[in-house]
Design a protein around this ligand. Structure first.
Ligand code: KIV
Ligand code: ZN
Length: 505
C-alpha cells in the first residue's frame, strides 16, 4: 500500500498570531512566510484580511512575494469578508479563500443567534461567492466537534456541492479525545456521500493537551490535511504543533501509513524564527524543538548512546536541523568564510547586512573564541530583524554587589543627540532599565523579561526577550550579547524602538 501524503496547512500567521502578545508586523510576517515556504508547507494561512488594514496588507504582501505554497486568507461566511479575502490573495501564484461559520447548537444559538437552516444557507452562499473569486475554497464548520452529527454531515455535503475543495473539521475548544475525534472523522468519511470530492481537514486546539494526538487520530481515520502552527502557538493553549505532527509522521510513517512533504531540516530554524519574532519563548522540554529535546543527562542513557545511538534516540537532532553545538568559526575567520557560512545556513543577506553582522561576529569571536551555529543565528536575528533605531545604546556601565546599591550609567543617542544619566535600581537590570526609561522619557510597562543562554559555558551568548506594553500596544524586544546586562539593555531598547516606530507610522 502506498504511503498517503498529508497536506500541512500552517496557520501560525493567523490562528498563531491570535495568541496574546504574539502579534507581528507585515515585514515580520513576510519573513516568517518565506521561511514557511522553505519548510515546504502546502498551505500558508497568511491572515484574516477583514480584521484590520494591517492584516489585509500582510496577506497581500505574502501573496505577492511568496511562491510555492498556496496562500490562504480567512473570511467569515459574509460577503464583505470574502471579497476582502479574495482581494488580499489575488496576487498569489496559488490562492485559497478559507470561509467559516459555527455549526454547534451553542454557537448558533448564543453567538450567531441564527437557526441551523440560516447557517446552512450562509455557508453555501459563502462557498459559492468564494468560488467566483478563486478555484480553491476551504470551508470550516467552527466548533464541529461539539456539533450535531446529522447537521454537520448535511452542511458538509452542501458545501462540497457548492464547490468547497477542502472541508475543515475544527476542534475549536480543544474538547475532543483522540478516540472520539478519530471516530467523528470516520463517520463523516462514511456518511457524507460526496466526501470523495473534497479533502477533509482537521484543526485541533490544545486545551486538554491533545491537539497533536487528535490530529493524528483523524488522519488515521481518513483526514488528508492537518492545520497546525509552529511551536504550537495559538489561541489559549494553542494549536497542534507543526513540528510534533510532522515528526510523528516522519518517525512513525510506516505504522501510520502517512507522511508529509515537509523539509524537516528546516524545522528548528523555523521554530527559532517564530520564537524570536513573536517573543514566545519555547519551553526547554518542548518535544522536537525544546532546548532539552535531544539532551541526555543520565549516565545510563549516555552510556547506551555511545554504544549505539538508537538505544535512546528515535530521531536525530540533525533530522530537524539541529546541529549540536557545531563549531563553525573562530576569531581568525575572515569575511569570506563568514559570508559562506551565513549562506550555508540559508540566509540571504544584503552586503550592508553582511557587513553589520560580520562586525558583530568579530566582537563576539574576540570575547568567546569559539562561535557556534546557534550564536550565528542569534547574531543574524539580532542585527537583521532590527527596525529603525530612534534610541541607540552608546554606553552602559552597571555597578552592583552584595553591599552595593545597583547603579547604572547609561548613554543613549536619541535622534543624533547623546544623553547620559545615572540611576539606582533593585538589581542591575532594574537599574539599567530605570535609567533607559528616564532618558527616553518612555511610559511603557515591562510585562515580561526572559533570559536564555544560547550555547553552554559561562562565556555563552545570552539572549534576552522582553515584552513591553504602551497605550494598548504590546511589542517584543530582543537582544543578544555575551554580557547579560548589555543584552538586557539592547532588548529593552529594541522594544522601545519598535514602539517609537509604530507611533511614527
Ligand atoms: O478554531 C477554529 O475553529 C478556527 C476556525 C476559524 C478554523 O480557527
Ligand atoms: Zn483555531
Amino acid at each position: 500500500m502506498s504511503i498517503r501524503k498529508i497536506k500541512i496547512f500552517d496557520t501560525t500567521l493567523r490562528d498563531g498570531e491570535q495568541c496574546p502578545g504574539a502579534s507581528m508586523n507585515k515585514e515580520e510576517k513576510l519573513t516568517v512566510a518565506r521561511q514557511l515556504a522553505r519548510l515546504n508547507v502546502d498551505i500558508i494561512e497568511a491572515g484574516f484580511p477583514i480584521a484590520s488594514e494591517d492584516d489585509f496588507e500582510g496577506v497581500r504582501l505574502i501573496a505577492k512575494e511568496v511562491r510555492g505554497p498556496v496562500i490562504a486568507g480567512l473570511a467569515r461566511a459574509r460577503k464583505e469578508d470574502i471579497e476582502r479575502a479574495g482581494e488580499a490573495v489575488s496576487g498569489a501564484e496559488k490562492s485559497r479563500i478559507h470561509t467559516f461559520i459555527a455549526t454547534s447548537e451553542i454557537h448558533m444559538q448564543r453567538k450567531l443567534r441564527m437557526s441551523s437552516e440560516g447557517v446552512l444557507e450562509a455557508a453555501v452562499s459563502a462557498v459559492r461567492l468564494a468560488r467566483q473569486l478563486t478555484d480553491d475554497v476551504e470551508f470550516s464548520a467552527e466548533d464541529a466537534s461539539r456539533s450535531d452529527l446529522d447537521f454537520l454531515c448535511r452542511i458538509i455535503e452542501a458545501v462540497i456541492d457548492a464547490g468547497a475543495s477542502t472541508v475543515n473539521i475544527p476542534d475549536t475548544v480543544g474538547y475532543a479525545l483522540p478516540v472520539e475525534f478519530g471516530a467523528l472523522i470516520e463517520r463523516i468519511m462514511n456518511r457524507v456521500p460526496n466526501v470523495d470530492k473534497t479533502v477533509i481537514s482537521v484543526h485541533c486546539h490544545n486545551d486538554l493537551g491533545l491537539a497533536v494526538a487528535n490530529s493524528i487520530s483523524a488522519v488515521v481515520s481518513g483526514a488528508g490535511q492537518v492545520e497546525c502552527t509552529i511551536n504550537g502557538i495559538g489561541e489559549r493553549a494553542g494549536n497542534a504543533s507543526l513540528e510534533e505532527v510532522v515528526m510523528a509522521f516522519k518517525t512513525r510513517g510506516q505504522f501510520l501509513n502517512a507522511d508529509t512533504a515537509i523539509n524537516t531540516r528546516e524545522i528548528y530554524r523555523t521554530s527559532r524564527l517564530v520564537s524570536s519574532v513573536t517573543g514566545m519563548v519555547v519551553q526547554p522540554n518542548k518535544a522536537i524543538v525544546g532546548a532539552n529535546a535531544f539532551a541526555h543527562e543520565s549516565g545510563i542513557h549516555q552510556d547506551g548512546l555511545l554504544k549505539d545511538k538508537r538505544t535512546y534516540e528515535i530521531m536525530t537532532p540533525e533530522s530537524v536541523g539541529i546541529q549540536m553545538h557545531k563549531l563553525v568559526l573562530g576569531k581568525h575567520s575572515g569575511r569570506h568564510a563568514f559570508k559562506n557560512k551565513i549562506e550555508a545556513l540559508g540566509y540571504n543577506l544584503s552586503d550592508e547586512e553582511i557587513n553589520r553582522t560580520f562586525d558583530r561576529f568579530k566582537k563576539v569571536a574576540d570575547q568567546k573564541k569559539e562561535v557556534f551555529e546557534e550564536d550565528l543565528e542569534a547574531i543574524v536575528s539580532d542585527e537583521v530583524c532590527r527596525i529603525p533605531e530612534k534610541y541607540v545604546l552608546k554606553y552602559i556601565h552597571v555597578e552592583s554587589g552584595s553591599d552595593k546599591t545597583p547603579t547604572a550609567t547609561v548613554q543613549l543617542g536619541i535622534d543624533g543627540v547623546d544623553i547620559r544619566e545615572v540611576s539606582n535600581g533593585d538589581g542591575p537590570v532594574d537599574a539599567a532599565y530605570r535609567t533607559i526609561k528616564s532618558i527616553a522619557g518612555a511610559s511603557g510597562n515591562l510585562l515580561s523579561y526572559e533570559v536564555k543562554a544560547i550555547t553552554g559555558g559561562t562565556d555563552a551568548l545570552g539572549e534576552v526577550t522582553v515584552r513591553v506594553e504602551d497605550g494598548g500596544r504590546t511589542v517584543v524586544g530582543q537582544g543578544a550579547d555575551t554580557d547579560i546586562i548589555v543584552a538586557s539593555a539592547k532588548a529593552y531598547l529594541n522594544a522601545l524602538n519598535r514602539l517609537a516606530f509604530y507611533q511614527r507610522r
